[in-house]
Design a protein around this ligand. Structure first.
Ligand SMILES: NC(=O)c1ccc[n+]([C@@H]2O[C@H](COP(=O)([O-])OP(=O)(O)OC[C@H]3O[C@@H](n4cnc5c(N)ncnc54)[C@H](O)[C@@H]3O)[C@@H](O)[C@H]2O)c1
Ligand SMILES: [Zn+2]
Ligand SMILES: [Zn+2]
Length: 379
């Protein structure tokens, strides 16, 4: 089958790889109809992780089941399913508690497994004609009758919508509160969408790209263009100097200063500054334990100069980590089904698998107009 293969920093190709197949009786094979490129793919694409060459990208996957193993009960051939990016077993201590992003058995020795992901096990990604899904009964989210009609909305249940939602859960967003979201990439936009659905009174979204800030505004948020103002001064100025009740980090370790230079503590220290005393901060942007490609010595070791004294004095809470997609995807699916959420509104490009190498280039450069790419392997 054809798949998007990583060949080294900023080199991907659409190549032939062995067909996805049933390896254990609990597996299913899904024909991929929509699979997205994610900001997380870019860390790997740029060579800023230990992702192995020859591996297939793709952890935001939706399609139709074409085969099930003998041990699969619930899922049937022909079902339309969306797959959480994290793979859970369903029976370990963490999966039992709903923390499927930290499954203890799928990738032994580490907590957490995912498709096509550095350090998350040997699983191939879904930017391909088909995908092997382990523990299919547990991992497949079944989609309703409008699966194909709303396919571009439902595919966002694989990662960015639940992940954006998770950042608002980690921050503790309540109806009526004010929220600052750093990053207007797909995940930050979904954090803003989530906060607004939850009834936040005002949501600020910080970024430096017109197209992304425009989408934030379309979603009902207040755009803060960090090229034109200091985001900390701006948010404090608009909140009587107090800051917002909650803050969401949706950028990660490759965050930049106002001049576009990578400075890994920029968003975290901004959040401490723009979050109210006793407020909550949710961090879903990825920070790595090592980053040999970073330019400063602390960042190379996965460390940063963090304003801990200010955080402590303000009595703020901070929570971090991978989104446990299964904790939210069923309920977010139902919001899409009834028309109360529309995550597809951020999509800029729908392309065939063959166009993936070019799409990676543009999305990685954050080129104007490339806000979210979905690939259509079956088209
Ligand atoms: N925790 C999880 O489970 C999980 C899941 C998916 C993605 N992620 C991570 O979330 C992050 C965002 O993903 P994405 O797909 O939206 O990525 P993206 O790279 O498309 O978007 C990041 C955005 O942040 C902006 N930015 C850079 N520096 C900034 C700053 N100082 N302040 C405000 N904005 C700044 C960039 O201009 C860009 O628009 C990535 O680190 C990704 O790996 C985490
Ligand atoms: Zn993703
Ligand atoms: Zn598990």
């Amino acid at each position: 089958m054809k798949a998007v293969v990583y060949n080294g920093p900023r080199q991907v190709s659409v190549s032939n790889v062995p067909d996805a197949r049933i390896e254990k009786p609990t597996d299913a094979v899904v024909r991929m109809t929509t699979t997205n490129i994610c900001g997380s793919d870019l860390h790997m694409y740029e060579g800023r992780t230990n992702f192995e060459t020859g591996r297939v990208f793709g952890h935001e996957n939706l399609g139709q089941v074409i085969e099930v193993g003998a041990g699969v009960d619930r899922i049937k051939k022909g079902d339309w399913v969306c797959l959480p990016f994290n793979i859970g077993c369903g029976f370990c201590e963490n999966c039992e508690r709903g923390l499927t992003g930290y499954c203890l058995t799928c990738n032994p020795g580490t907590a957490g497994a995912a498709y096509g992901f550095a350090g998350m096990g040997p699983f191939q990604g879904g930017q391909a004609e088909a995908l092997r899904v382990p523990y299919a009964d547990f991992n497949c989210l079944s989609l309703p009758k409008d699966a194909q009609e709303k396919e571009d909305d439902y595919v966002m249940l694989s990662d960015i919508f639940p992940t954006g939602w998770h950042s608002t859960e980690l921050a503790g967003v309540l109806p009526g509160e004010t929220v600052a979201v750093y990053g207007a990439g797909p995940v930050g936009l979904m954090a803003a969408h989530s906060a607004i659905i939850k009834g936040a009174s005002r949501v600020f979204v910080v970024d430096m790209h017109d197209d992304r800030l425009k989408l934030a505004e379309l979603l009902g948020a207040i755009p803060v263009d960090m090229r034109r103002c200091d985001p900390v001064e701006e948010i404090l100025g608009q909140t009587d100097g107090l800051g917002t009740d909650r803050g969401c980090e949706c950028v990660g370790y490759q965050c930049c200063d106002r001049h576009g230079r990578e400075v890994n503590n920029f968003t975290m220290n901004s959040l401490v500054a723009t979050t109210k005393a006793t407020g909550g901060i949710g961090v879903i942007g990825v920070f790595l334990p090592q980053d040999p490609g970073a330019s400063d010595a602390l960042a190379k070791q996965g460390k940063m100069a963090f304003d801990f004294g200010a955080l402590w004095s303000k009595g703020q809470r901070i929570a971090t980590g991978e989104a446990n997609v299964k904790a939210y995807n069923r309920r977010l699916r139902d919001l899409i089904h009834v028309g109360k959420a529309k995550p597809s509104c951020i999509i800029s490009h729908r392309l065939g698998l063959d166009q993936a190498p070019d799409a990676y280039k543009h999305f990685d450069a954050r080129d104007e107009g490339w806000t979210k790419v979905v690939l259509k392997p079956a088209a």
